[in-house]
Design a protein around this ligand. Structure first.
Ligand code: SF4
Length: 913
């Protein structure tokens, strides 16, 4: 057992505050005393921003154990709680809050000991990193210095340590192969393993999935298959069985697309049953592919380390450099970089280290051959299985760098989200924030900004010097882009002093939105108004702005033409790397040209007749009454129309699968609607369908309680109900809200009371912790409860006891936005009309939320809705046979306290049918 580090330690929770002296003796203290102590001397603490939040003193700092952990064990998972740290270091869990300060001393002691051990796996780079961190006055540097010895030979610096990727030849077209059903079943049996239970539902599902890999008979007529698979069917292995057979025989790539990072993680694990980690030549057959903004950009990191960042952000950059040397794939968002690291330093630091703005200089970058993004793109082009998300698959289908990188066999898992993903992918937004990004991409950084960001002229300097017309086009584009909004635009637009035609337009948009919105002005959140009957000034401003945008687009088009000519008639100096860089520039140029064209189309419509295919509106985005963006939006009324054209039509086989693909009303599963929503009818295709129901025993392992005596809008009663339900179930509650404000109000009223009972409560948008980490914390502690909004309804996968009760604050009605109103109106002449349209949305949300509760055969629990008016027609959202009872809060508390499986005393009033 290592010696505790003799430094004073502080712990603060909702239940109180504890201080421990350097050499022993823990005592409770007031918040004020803790703040004074922290100001006097650096204290050991865990998650300083969270402690600061608990003490109500934002400037608090100290020796944060999480920063130390990130330095010593970069890229290693740790739940950022005292208990999680104890697990990660093999220490005993603290029994209660008062025991935490001692644990902090023990953990610090254990970590110091690691640094002295010969077995420290992440030693390389630590000594050099520590020297830089000492210059930055990182509080841990002095404490660590005596424990880390200087290596005899100079350590390899990150940029020399990372391996280079290899150029590989283009993959040939996949062979046309036909896979028999018996082969699929054989493969499935192999993947599930000997002795695994034979599941008919899974076998049927797997055979159906095989159909999408059959050769296509006619151009633009892909196989489309829709498969609903209840939780527990084993759908992942179900589609990986035919996918792995097809990839092996055809030499092609299958894309599996997900909506949540959880499923990506699970897929990575499950794919190991079908593929080895590496092929004989060392290349990976399975690759997780994300948008480029997720990965570390080494050029940005290099700049940050060499003075681009100062103070705390510079400390973050050094910790990220430690991580990069040990990371599996450089993925900073949901990969092996701890999700909590960014929040210790405020989020912006992480974003600045990725390539958020598409400013990559490709082969012009000194780290190009080691770049994580380039490596991942190359690996994906050679992979048998690419795991991606819906948005990336759609973007790749629309504008993949080359035909070979466009997906042709696609399984959309979590298929119920494809509509929403298509909705945002194929939409256009001309807002101040988007326009200033375009300006920076063309013109370069503004005077007072730091970092390496460079404009088009600097990025294409060699082209400009070689090709006169190309040089002129760059100059013209930079000149024209001066009219785009610049720093400080929001203030100028709000105060009536806009500069240039775009700011002028945004000023008009803002004024009109304020003049017309009748819904959200009081609440302090976003406001919006439809783009119709617009004032003449706004229409005139839109005309001027469209002209200005067109004046930017034409030189960019000309430049794209020149780049194409250079690649086709390559000059002597254009080597392989130079060509790659120009290809990269062409690709990002094409994307900007499309963006400008979409903005111009949006503006051209203002003041004219409405296009029935689109919904256009004006909006001011606000958070707690603070404005952060202003602009115009255009969405497709049916985004599956462009989806069909861009994704389905060029593909050979596409499958959509989910536990909740169809709506279920009193008459059963509504396949007609699921088919209509798949996009297939836009190509006159009739998809094949399959359905495998969940094998779980919902009748005996779950119970829905509709609590009828909590009045809508009564926050004290709502908060009281949450607190008592959490107490009755002894934690393990996931609380779902439709409004952040109500969630904050409830949290504020009950967190202290629950903490005193040893029931920790966490909340999205309140605790300074990212959502993924909050879920990790919740999963790790069966007595913890978590409150959150939409992202938790789908993103939480917590099997076992940690989640035993889901509480929804009310019926999850759709928000009455302009877009919702337009789609509801479009559904009015269909069977069931607007009400059925809304019901489908609510039932889907209820089904997804309910789906959090029972993840395995052994799980059980309650699903509680605090709503006095819960229409019976929504009950079909729950799986067949699930008992539903309407009860008072008192009865609900008794049932929750007893647990599921003791209902004989009161027969259910309803069984979901
Ligand atoms: S190639 Fe691009 S993304 Fe990669 S490190 Fe260089 S600039 Fe960053």
């Amino acid at each position: 057992m290592s010696q505790p580090l003799p430094l004073p330690a502080l712990h603060a929770s909702h239940a109180g505050t504890w201080l421990r002296d350097a050499n022993g003796g823990t005592r409770g203290c007031s918040k004020g005393e803790a703040v004074m102590a922290a100001a006097d001397t650096p204290l050991l603490m865990m998650n300083a921003p969270l402690v600061a939040n608990r003490l109500g003193y934002p400037d608090l700092s100290g020796l944060d154990l999480l920063e130390l952990y990130a330095f010593i064990h970069p890229a290693k998972f740790c739940v950022p709680t005292p208990k999680g740290l104890a697990h990660a270091l093999g220490l005993e869990e603290p029994a209660d809050d008062a025991a935490v300060p001692l644990l902090l001393q023990q953990a610090a002691g254990a970590l110091m000991e690691t640094c002295e051990s010969v077995d420290w796996a992440e030693r390389e780079g630590a000594w050099s990193g520590l020297q830089s961190l000492a210059r930055l006055r990182w509080p841990w540097a002095q404490v660590l210095a005596p424990h880390i010895t200087q290596p005899e030979r100079a350590e390899k610096w990150l940029f020399t340590r990372l391996p280079e990727w290899e150029e590989t030849p283009e993959r040939p077209q996949p062979q046309q192969v036909l896979i028999e059903e018996a082969e699929i079943e054989g493969q499935l049996a192999r993947l599930t393993g000997e002795g695994a239970e034979q599941r008919d539902g899974q076998r049927m599902f797997s055979r159906g999935a095989g159909g999408v890999f059959a050769p296509r008979d006619r151009q633009r007529r892909p196989h489309v298959h829709l498969a609903q698979a209840g939780t527990g069917i084993g759908k992942t292995l179900g589609y990986l069985a035919p996918a792995s057979l097809w990839a092996e025989r055809s030499g092609g790539t299958v894309w599996v697309s997900t909506y949540t990072k959880n499923l990506q993680r699970q897929l990575r694990q499950e794919s190991r049953r079908a593929w080895p980690a590496a092929r004989a030549d060392g290349s990976p057959p399975v690759v997780v592919r994300k948008g480029r903004e997720n990965y570390l950009c080494l050029l940005n990191l290099g700049d940050a380390l060499q003075g681009g960042f100062t103070g705390r952000p510079a400390v973050l950059a050094h910790l990220v450099a430690r991580w990069a040397a040990y990371s599996q794939d450089g993925d900073m968002v949901g990969g092996d970089l701890p999700g909590w690291l960014g929040t210790l330093f405020r989020k912006r630091g992480i974003a600045a280290l990725t390539d958020q703005r598409g400013e990559c200089v490709y082969a012009g970058c000194p780290h190009y051959r080691k770049c994580f993004i380039e490596r991942s793109a190359r690996n994906a082009a050679q992979a048998d299985l690419v795991i991606a998300n819906h948005a990336l698959v759609m973007v790749n289908a629309a504008r993949g760098r080359d035909m070979a990188s466009r997906p042709t066999r696609i399984v959309f898992d979590e298929g119920h989200h494809v509509f929403d993903a298509a909705d945002s992918t194929f939409s256009a937004a001309l807002t101040g924030a988007e326009a200033i990004e375009l300006r920076r991409w063309i013109v370069g950084p503004e005077r007072n900004s730091r970092g390496r960001r460079r404009g088009l002229a600097a990025r294409l300097a060699d082209v400009a010097s070689y090709d006169e017309q190309g040089g002129e086009a760059v100059e013209a584009a930079v000149e024209a882009a001066q009219v785009l909004p610049s720093d400080g635009w929001l203030g100028r637009v709000a105060e009536g002093g806009p500069i240039g035609p775009l700011e002028e337009l945004l000023g008009q948009v803002r004024a009109t939105t304020y003049a017309r919105d009748e819904s959200g002005q009081e609440a302090g959140y976003g406001i919006e108004t439809e783009a119709s009957q617009l004032p003449g000034e706004l229409v005139a401003a839109a005309g001027n702005a469209a002209q200005a945008l067109s004046a930017i687009r034409s030189p960019l088009l000309k430049l794209a033409g020149r780049l194409e000519a250079i690649v086709e008639d390559a000059p002597d100096w254009l080597d392989g790397q130079g060509r790659a860089r120009i290809e990269g520039a062409r690709h990002s140029l094409a994307w900007r040209i499309d963006l400008l064209a979409a903005w111009e189309a949006l503006l051209a419509r203002l003041g004219g007749p409405a296009d029935p295919e689109f919904v256009d509106w004006l909006a001011v985005d606000r958070n707690d009454a603070r404005e952060f963006d202003v602009g115009l939006y255009r969405h497709w009324l049916d985004p599956m129309k462009p989806f069909a054209k861009v994704v389905l039509e060029p593909a050979h086989g596409v499958m959509l699968t989910s536990a909740t693909l169809t709506d279920r009303d009193e008459t059963g599963a509504d396949w007609a609607h699921a088919i209509a929503k798949s996009g297939a009818p836009h190509l006159d295709l009739t998809p094949s369908t399959a359905q495998a129901d969940s094998p779980f025993d919902y009748a005996n392992r779950a119970e829905v309680l509709i609590v009828t005596d909590i009045r809508r809008g009564d926050i004290p009663a709502l908060a009281g109900a949450y607190a008592r339900l959490i107490e009755a179930s002894d934690g393990g509650v996931l609380g779902l809200f439709t409004a952040i404000r109500r969630m904050r109000a409830v949290y504020g009223r009950i967190a202290d009371r629950l903490a005193r009972a040893g029931l920790p409560l966490y909340a999205q948008h309140v605790d300074p912790i990212d959502t993924g980490t909050l879920t990790d914390i919740f999963r790790d502690d069966p007595r913890a409860s978590l409150l959150g909004t939409d992202a938790l309804r789908d993103g939480v996968d917590v099997p076992g006891r940690s989640l035993r009760c889901v509480v929804m604050e009310s019926v999850p009605w759709p928000r009455p936005t302009i877009l919702h109103r337009a789609r509801r109106a479009a559904a009015a002449d269909q069977e069931g009309g607007g009400q059925r349209y809304d019901d489908r949305i609510i039932r889907a949300r209820l089904a997804q939320a309910f789906g959090r509760l029972i993840r395995t055969r052994q799980d059980s629990g309650h699903f509680v809705v605090l709503s006095s008016a819960f229409p019976s027609r929504l009950l079909s959202a729950f799986p067949e046979g699930t008992p539903v009872v309407r009860v008072t809060l008192e009865e609900a508390l008794q049932r929750v306290a007893k647990g599921v499986g003791t209902r004989e005393d009161t027969p259910a009033e309803n069984q979901a049918s």
